[in-house]
Design a binder for this molecule. Structure first.
Ligand code: XMP
Length: 223
């Protein structure tokens, strides 16, 4: 099965996160974790979740190269699969993540899905995309609830891996996002707040596969 769904576990409770990850392991590509669970359960949660799934650490790094490199070193040591970094801080900051975490998949944020995204970051997505590529990113984050921006980013980088949040709670449709260019879909609340996360994931997988069947460009994959 070509699993394209990444589950965002934005919760504090490590045991609950492990329970969700282990129940979904055959149905998803990865889990994505963020500061809530790292602060709630401690950094070892990365190692523990890695026994059940690939783990992408969404730390949205936005610091000088040295600090980014130090954080990335620890994330790599904990056994993560990937890391998410901002790139508005410049290609040198992103390159520090690349060099410190050679084995990690590196995703750069070139646009955002919340309303404030249009205030600053989405206005400079072309420059951010160029910096992401020159900084050595394996993929970029682009909003699944903004199909016109998504299509534009797809057009600018045919070979890019595009990973998209903004589905469900933020209004986007997984089918439409994949048709517009997303290669992987991130969903949080619609899964972990569901009374039946397995069913929620099965429904989302169906929607993603509908989008894949209708898409005119090929799906890109992490190498
Ligand atoms: P929900 O609950 O909205 O969770 O399905 C979405 C997850 O994705 C993260 N997120 C983003 N990350 N750029 C990013 O890099 C974005 O535009 C963006 N929008 C949402 C969010 O932190 C949550 O984990």
């Amino acid at each position: 099965m070509d699993n394209r769904l990444i589950v965002a576990l934005d919760i504090f409770d490590g045991d609950r996160a492990i329970e969700i990850a282990s129940s979904l392991r055959e149905l998803i590509f990865a889990v994505k974790i963020n500061w809530p669970i790292i602060l709630g359960a401690g950094p070892d949660i990365v190692r523990e979740l890695s026994r059940h799934s690939r783990v992408i650490c969404d730390l949205k790094l936005a610091d000088i190269p040295n600090t980014n490199a130090l954080i990335t070193e620890k994330v790599a040591e904990l056994g993560a699969y990937g890391i998410i970094s901002h790139v508005f801080t410049g290609s040198d900051s992103l390159r520090a993540v690349r060099e410190s975490g050679r084995k990690l998949k590196l995703l750069a944020v070139v646009s955002m899905s919340h309303p404030g995204g249009s205030q600053f970051i989405n206005r400079i997505h072309e420059d951010l995309l160029a910096a992401a590529i020159s900084g050595g990113a394996d993929g970029v984050i682009a909003p699944g609830n903004n199909e016109s921006l998504l299509s534009e980013i797809r057009e600018m980088g045919r070979e890019l891996v595009i990973v998209s949040p903004g589905i469900g709670a933020q209004g986007g449709s997984a089918t439409k996002a994949v048709m517009a260019g997303s290669d992987y879909i991130i969903v949080g609340r619609s899964i972990y707040e569901s009374p039946d996360p397995v069913k929620a994931v099965e429904d989302l997988n169906r929607q993603i596969h509908e989008g894949m069947a209708a898409r005119s460009t090929r799906m890109n994959t992490f190498s």
